[in-house]
Design a protein around this ligand. Structure first.
Ligand SMILES: C[S@@+](CC[C@H](N)C(=O)[O-])C[C@H]1O[C@@H](n2cnc3c(N)ncnc32)[C@H](O)[C@@H]1O
Length: 287
C-alpha cells in the first residue's frame, strides 16, 4: 500500500491499464463487451484508435465501432505498427500501403477537429502515419464537407484506396449513412486505386481539384447566361431607342439570321469580329 505523498500517484501498472481517454482498460473492455446481441463482431484486420473523449458518444463513430467490438482503444504512449490515419500524417495513403494494411491493420485518432491542439501527437502514432487525400464526408454531422472525415469514414477510405473495397463496405455497413460514403466518392476512389505511391495519389488529387475548380467556373458562367433568359439582357435596357423605332427594328431579318452565325459574349451581346468591322462584305468567315 503506498503512503504519504505518493498516495495518489498512479503507478506505471495503473497507467498502462488505462486507455487514452483515461478510462481503465476494464471499463473500455466492458464497453467492448456491449456488442450487438452480446457477441463481439470480428473484423479481418486490426482496427485501433486513441480516444480522447472529445465527442458526444452518441454521435461518435469511433465509440460506436468500439461498442460493436470492432476497434480497440490504445493508450497515450502506445504506438501502432500498421497505418495510422492521422491529421499529423506526412504522406497520403496510397495503394502501395496495401501490405501494411493487410498485415498490421489501421488506426485513427478519435478526437474533435476543433481540439487537435490538445492531442499529444508526439506520444501516439507510429512509423506509418498518413493523411488522406481529398475525399468528401457523407456522415450526418459533416455531409458534403471535404477532407474532414469521421473515424469510420477515414478507416474505410484507407481500405478503399488500397483496394480493399470489401473491408470498406463491411465497416460502413454498420452506419445507416455509411454506404453513401463510397457512392459519393466512387469516381475519385477509383482514380486513387489506380495509383501506386503517395506521389501519384497527390498528383491525381491535384488533377481532380483542378477539374472541379474548372467545373465550378463553368457553372458560374452558365448561371450568368441563364440569368439573361430569366431577366432579359440588362445591357439592352440602356439602348436608346428613338420614338419612331420599333423594337422589331433591332431584330435581325430572317435572312440575316440565316446568312451569319453570330458570336455572343457572356451577357448575350453580339461580338463584332475585327474582320467584320474591317470588311463588312466578307461573309465567308465563320465565328
Ligand atoms: C478528428 S476525428 C473526428 C471523429 C468524429 N468525432 C467521429 O465521430 O468519428 C477523425 C479522425 O479520422 C482521421 N481522419 C479523418 N479525415 C482525415 C484526413 N483527411 N487525413 C488524415 N486523417 C483523417 C483522423 O484519425 C482523425 O483524427
Amino acid at each position: 500500500m503506498s503512503k504519504g505523498k505518493n498516495k495518489n500517484r498512479e503507478t506505471r501498472a495503473d497507467r498502462s491499464a488505462k486507455g487514452s481517454n483515461g478510462h481503465s482498460c476494464r471499463q473500455n473492455h466492458k464497453r467492448m463487451e456491449m456488442k450487438q446481441g452480446g457477441e463481439a463482431l470480428k473484423f479481418p484486420v486490426k482496427l485501433a484508435m486513441w480516444d480522447f473523449d472529445h465527442c458526444d458518444p452518441k454521435r461518435c463513430s469511433g465509440k460506436k465501432l468500439e461498442r460493436l467490438g470492432l476497434i480497440k482503444s490504445l493508450r497515450v504512449g502506445q504506438k501502432f505498427q500498421g497505418i495510422v490515419v492521422s491529421p499529423n500524417g506526412n504522406g497520403v495513403v496510397c495503394p502501395n500501403d496495401r501490405s501494411i494494411v493487410e498485415e498490421q491493420g489501421v488506426s485513427v485518432v478519435e478526437c474533435s477537429w476543433a481540439r487537435l491542439d490538445e492531442v499529444p501527437f508526439n506520444k501516439i502514432g507510429g512509423k506509418n502515419e498518413r493523411l488522406l487525400p481529398y475525399l468528401v464526408a457523407a456522415n450526418q454531422v459533416n455531409y458534403g464537407r471535404p477532407w474532414k472525415l469521421n473515424c469510420v469514414e477515414a478507416l474505410a477510405a484507407c481500405f478503399a484506396i488500397v483496394g480493399r473495397m470489401d473491408w470498406a463496405s463491411e465497416l460502413l455497413s454498420h452506419f445507416s449513412w455509411g454506404p453513401s460514403f463510397l457512392e459519393l466518392n466512387s469516381e475519385l476512389l477509383e482514380i486513387y486505386q489506380k495509383c501506386t505511391d503517395a506521389q501519384s495519389v497527390k498528383e491525381a488529387e491535384t488533377a481532380w481539384l483542378a477539374k472541379i475548380q474548372q467545373e465550378v467556373q463553368e457553372r458560374k458562367s452558365q448561371a450568368k447566361t441563364d440569368d439573361i433568359w430569366m431577366t432579359g439582357n440588362v445591357n439592352r435596357k440602356n439602348v436608346n431607342i428613338s420614338e419612331s423605332e420599333d423594337s422589331s427594328d433591332l431584330e435581325f431579318s430572317e435572312e440575316e439570321q440565316h446568312s451569319k452565325t453570330y458570336r455572343y459574349d457572356s451577357l448575350g451581346n453580339i461580338i463584332a469580329s475585327e474582320s467584320e468591322e474591317d470588311t463588312q462584305n466578307d461573309t465567308d468567315e465563320e465565328y
